[in-house]
Every structure is written in structure tokens, then in C-alpha cells.
Design a protein around this ligand. Structure first.
Ligand code: THU
Length: 143
């Protein structure tokens, strides 16, 4: 767990703005996220639910997918804010895997609308993540 710096606090503010756009008519649980690239660009995301519940996209993945589809791949930090005064916005397992794909050292700032926050790295949040090296054909099919 690390101390928050000014950049982290700004990213929480961006994620809080994104939370306002959450489409969560089923769970009524609004989540916002904001990811900052190494170049300093910020992409926001919110959760987007569906009447077919399993199609829901989490706020973190919305933010990352928006950034990647704009050509970004180098991420410095990501903030998550949940509309709650009881508990922080901790990323779900699927989102942890998606964050780990791009940067195991990425700072993940978990926060809530009551002003509580905590910071950990993507690697701390998902030890032993599945990684591209495991898809090495030599390892799958040794000659
Ligand atoms: N949700 C997120 O957006 N991020 C997470 O890491 C956890 C869960 C959303 C998905 C769904 O719309 C709602 O929270 C309740 O699960």
C-alpha cells in the first residue's frame, strides 16, 4: 500500500467524473475509472450493464479498452471509484488480468466517494497472472 501523490488524487477526480456516466440500472452500483498513459493522457471509463447481466463491462476495462483502441499501450496508473462509504473499489479478477496484460508495475488506486483510498501495484493485486510467455509455442509443443 502506498501514499497517494498529486497525480493519484487527480486521477481519482477523473474517475469520479466517469462514475456519473455509469450505466447501472440493474445493480445500481456505479463505478468510475480513469487510466493515465505514460504520456500523461487520461482515459475515463464507467461500468456498462446489460439486461443480459453477463455482458456487463466493468469501469476499469472500459477505460483500458478505450485507451488501447486509441493506440495507447503504456499505462502508468489507474484509479477506480465506487459509489460507497463502506469499502473501496477493488478491481474484479477479470479486470486484474486485463491490467496485468499491459503493466505489472501499474499503480492501481482504489477509492470510494467518501474519500477513502489505497494504492497497490497490478502485480500485488494479481500474483502469478497468466502472461504472454506461457503462449510460447516451444513451451506448449516442445520439439
Ligand atoms: N464493477 C466494476 O465496474 N468494476 C469492478 O471491478 C467490480 C464490479 C461493476 C460491474 C457491475 O456493473 C457492478 O459493478 C456490480 O457488480
Amino acid at each position: 500500500m502506498g501514499d497517494l501523490n498529486q497525480s493519484d488524487k487527480e486521477l481519482i477526480a477523473e474517475a469520479s467524473e466517469a462514475l456519473k456516466n455509469a450505466y447501472a440500472p440493474y445493480s445500481k452500483f456505479r463505478v468510475g475509472a480513469a487510466v493515465k498513459t505514460d504520456g500523461g493522457t487520461v482515459y475515463r471509463g464507467c461500468n456498462v450493464e446489460n439486461s443480459s447481466y453477463g455482458l456487463t463491462n466493468c469501469a476499469e476495462r472500459t477505460a483500458i479498452f478505450k485507451a488501447v483502441s486509441d493506440g495507447e499501450r503504456e499505462f502508468d496508473s489507474l484509479a477506480i471509484v465506487v459509489e460507497s462509504a463502506d469499502g473501496l473499489g477493488t478491481p474484479c479478477g477479470s479486470c486484474r488480468q486485463v491490467l496485468s496484460e499491459f503493466n505489472l508495475s501499474m499503480d492501481v488506486i482504489m477509492a470510494n466517494t467518501a474519500g477513502e483510498a489505497e494504492k497497490m501495484s497490478a502485480a500485488e493485486l494479481l500474483p502469478k497472472s497468466f502472461a504472454a510467455e506461457q503462449l510460447d509455442q516451444e513451451k506448449i509443443n516442445p520439439k
